[in-house]
Structure formats: C-alpha cells, structure tokens
Design a binder for this molecule. Structure first.
Ligand SMILES: NC(=O)c1ccc[n+]([C@@H]2O[C@H](COP(=O)([O-])OP(=O)(O)OC[C@H]3O[C@@H](n4cnc5c(N)ncnc54)[C@H](O)[C@@H]3O)[C@@H](O)[C@H]2O)c1
Length: 366
C-alpha cells in the first residue's frame, strides 16, 4: 500500500506499508544518489534487525555504517545527537550521505534531527520498527529531542525522503509496545476517524501479525488521517494540534515519571483526563466520556497510574508544555467521539487550573 504525502506543495514523498519491502528500500536509496549510508538505531533494534539491513545494503554496493545509542526516551536528548554527529564527522560523512532511521519513535526523532542539522541537512529515510512509529511518529517530519525544560523542546520540521513501514519488524515487538503504539492510533481515531476504533480492538495484542490484515488496516487508517492533517498544516499552526489530544497531561506524566512511562500510555492517561475535562466543561456528553473510558480500559489504561502523581504536580508540569501560550497550557478537547471541539477556528484551548484539578481528582475516586 502506498500513499504519497505532499507537504506544503513543494515536498512529496511516499509512505509505504507492507511486508518484505527490501526492493522498495533499495529503490528509495538509489533515488537519493547517496555515496554513503549511515544507519542510526538503538541497541535493541540494532541487535534484532541491524545485521539484516547491513547485509541488504552491502548487496546494493553503497558503503554503510550502523551507528547506535542506548534505547529509551531517556536517551532522546542533545547529548545523543551530538554523539551521533561526532561519529559522522569522525567517519568523514559528507553532504552526499544518507541517514536511515531504523527504530521506534525515539530513533526516528533523534536520527531525523541529526539529519536536519548535520552539515545543514542531509537526506534521510524513516524505517519505523515500533507500532507507534508506524502509526504516528515517522509521518509528518517533526524531529527533535527532550531537554530539562520538557518533551520535544528542541527540534525541527524536516521531511524524510520516504517512510517504509515493514510489518515483519513487528514480529518480536513486546505486547506492552503493541499497546503503546495502538494508543497513538486510537488518539487519532478519537479525534478524527471513529471508524478506526472498531478495528483497533480486533488486533491480537500479544501477536499482532496473527491479525495482520486488520493491523495493516489500522496503520493505514492512522496514516491517512495524520498525513492529510500534516499536508494541510505542516508547522502545527492550528489544525495539526488535534493530534495533541491527550498530550498536555500526557507529556506532564511522562516528565513526572522521569520518562519511564511509555509515551503511548502517557497519552492514554492524558486522553482519559482531557476527555473528563471536556465533560466537566459541558462540551463532551457524559455517555461519550464513558465510552472512551471503557474503551481505553481494554488497552490497560485506567486512572490508577495517575494516583502516583499529585494533581498539583501534574498542573505545574503542564505549564512547561510546548502548547503553552501566555503561561496557559492549551488543551485539545473532545466534542464527541471522532470530533474535536473548535471555537473561533481554534483547535486548542486554555482551561482553568481548577477544572483540570477537578478532572484529575474525580478520575482518582474509586
Ligand atoms: N515526531 C513525531 O511526530 C512523534 C509523534 C509521536 C510520538 N513521537 C515520539 O516517539 C517516541 C515514542 O516512540 P516509541 O514508543 O516507538 O519509543 P521507542 O523508540 O523508545 O521504542 C520503544 C521500545 O521498543 C523497542 N523497539 C522498537 N522497535 C522494536 C521492534 N521491532 N522489536 C522489538 N523492540 C522494538 C525500542 O528499542 C524501545 O526499547 C517518543 O519520544 C515520542 O515523543 C514523535
């Protein structure tokens, strides 16, 4: 399955979903006319898939290296970016190089940012290996890292030359990472395409390839929505903000957990809290809030993990979020399942602290 994404009418590139995409990968590499290829990956993914990719590239005759960094969100930072750039300098990679991001969302964000900044920008390909990266992070060109001041606070918009989503990568993805990824797709479905929700619950969470057809459909539906929105609003000036549903609270939870809480789960708890806020504000019907709450429970998202954090700490942490304007964090609110609330053409809104506090506390009551 191939969809072409056109950003700002000047850059267009393919998003390819399927199994055994080796040929498509070699074609994409050839299209770029690079003289050297640097594969950037984390140690977990490199151990699983690095050698196979190196063998494939060797057969294409283009010199290549595999460069790795330790896995996990904790390593999505400026230190890792500098280390990766220094390896490229030491190996004398020039502007005729290509970077391949082989990994989950962390690798995609780091390698994409390295590509955006190395020698003022070299081309890159996204080879997402986690479900989260396939349904969300590899699409749309947002790249960057976390800092002491918050998630994704240093970065760029830098589009890849192609995104190849190889379903076979998902064979050994742990159940928790399957759910982690599905939650980002579910977020997209709650805001923009409720028909995806019926498919997402049909996926085998322990062995997703056993439900390959429906898995591919869910990835495809998520891609369609995300890429259409990114085409209309690349720089997140307004509409792209819908994809931040669950993220204002979600990013705060990730930060407070010292990034131990996987991103998709943080967004899952964030969706729960932000839909409660929508209900308290009289925007989302109560029956829709309960639908969302019961639906998320199927994916192990309940309010229990939020008990670890004080509502005051969550609220304080939201103030450092990128979506803050004039010191007020902004929230994407749901109007109904599959549709976000807009006012005066805006997709994200300030919410009084008292309402946020009430929402979090009401979720924690047994
Ligand atoms: N750029 C964007 O638009 C965007 C959108 C959404 C999320 N994100 C970012 O994505 C990141 C989360 O992505 P993630 O959940 O993929 O995290 P991740 O990259 O840390 O991957 C999760 C874990 O799964 C492992 N893994 C990856 N592929 C695997 C495979 N095929 N088999 C076995 N293990 C595998 C990784 O090594 C890691 O330990 C966050 O940093 C988030 O901010 C970015």
């Amino acid at each position: 399955m191939i969809r072409t994404i056109s950003i700002a009418r000047k850059e267009s590139y393919p998003l390819i979903v399927g199994a055994n995409l080796e040929r498509d990968l070699l074609i994409s590499i050839k299209d770029i006319h690079a003289n050297r290829v640097a594969i950037i990956s984390d140690v977990t993914v490199a151990a699983l898939h690095g050698k196979t990719l190196l063998r494939l590239l060797k057969s294409s005759g283009v010199p290549n290296d595999l460069i790795t960094f330790p896995s996990g969100e904790k390593n999505k930072n400026q230190t890792t970016v500098t280390k990766m750039q220094n390896v490229l300098f030491k190996k004398r990679y020039g502007r005729d190089s290509l970077i391949i991001a082989l990994g989950g969302g962390v690798v995609g964000d780091v390698a994409g940012f390295v590509a955006a900044t190395y020698l003022r920008g070299v081309p890159y390909l996204q080879l997402p290996t986690s479900l989260l990266a396939m349904v969300d992070s590899s699409i749309g060109g947002k790249v960057g890292v976390d800092t002491l001041y918050g998630k994704n606070t240093i970065g760029a918009f830098y589009q890849p030359h192609a995104v190849l989503m190889e379903l076979n990568f998902l064979a050994k993805l742990p159940r928790v990472q399957v759910i982690n990824g599905l939650l980002e797709a579910i977020k997209t479905f709650f805001t923009s395409d409720k028909s995806g929700l019926a498919n997402a619950v049909r996926i085998n969470l322990s062995q997703p390839l056993k439900t390959k057809t429906v898995l591919q459909k869910v990835i495809w539906q998520s891609i369609q929505v995300k890429s259409s929105i990114a085409e209309r609003d690349e720089k997140e000036e307004n509409e792209r903000r819908v994809l931040n549903f669950g993220h204002t609270i979600g990013h705060a939870l990730e930060f407070l957990s010292d990034y131990r809480l996987p991103h998709g789960f943080a967004v899952g708890y964030g969706m729960l809290a932000e839909s409660k806020i929508s209900e308290l504000l009289g925007i989302l019907p109560t029956k829709d809030f309960y639908f969302l709450k019961n639906y998320l429970a199927h994916f192990d998202v309940t309010s229990e993990p939020m008990e670890k954090f004080l509502s005051s700490a969550i609220i304080k942490s939201t103030k450092g979020d990128k979506k803050t304007e004039d010191g007020h964090p902004h929230y994407v609110l749901l109007e109904k399942i599959g549709k976000v609330y807009t006012k005066n053409g805006q997709y994200a809104h300030p919410v009084p602290d008292a309402v946020v506090k009430k929402a979090i506390q009401s979720l924690l009551l047994k």
